[in-house]
Design a protein around this ligand. Sequence first.
Ligand SMILES: [Zn+2]
Length: 116
Amino acid sequence: MARKSPERILAEHRDEVQHRIESLQRHLASIVEQATWTTNDDEHDPEGVTIAYERAQTQGLLADAKAELDALDQAAHRIETGTYGQCLRCGKRISKERLEALPAATLCIRCTSARH
Ligand SMILES: [Zn+2]
């Protein structure tokens, strides 16, 4: 079985993240809409609190997804410049298995665990 090219893997992940961003944005829009229909602006209104919480959580997920998209774009740029798959810290090659699971990875497993 031929391995997928890094470009292909990146493109697939990018599609997936893009879809996730779109659905999160739709979800966020519906939360905002729901919030405007909730006329009660009492902070102690349990429903208002739930909406605020869900909104914050969705915004967090959206920020994560956007950061992931950025990372994937940077990885695509590294393919062009020929530095893709190289650990930014120690310069060694990142394993193919790791890149398939995490195509935007910039550190090898050893450096990632050393960082924590
Ligand atoms: Zn490393």
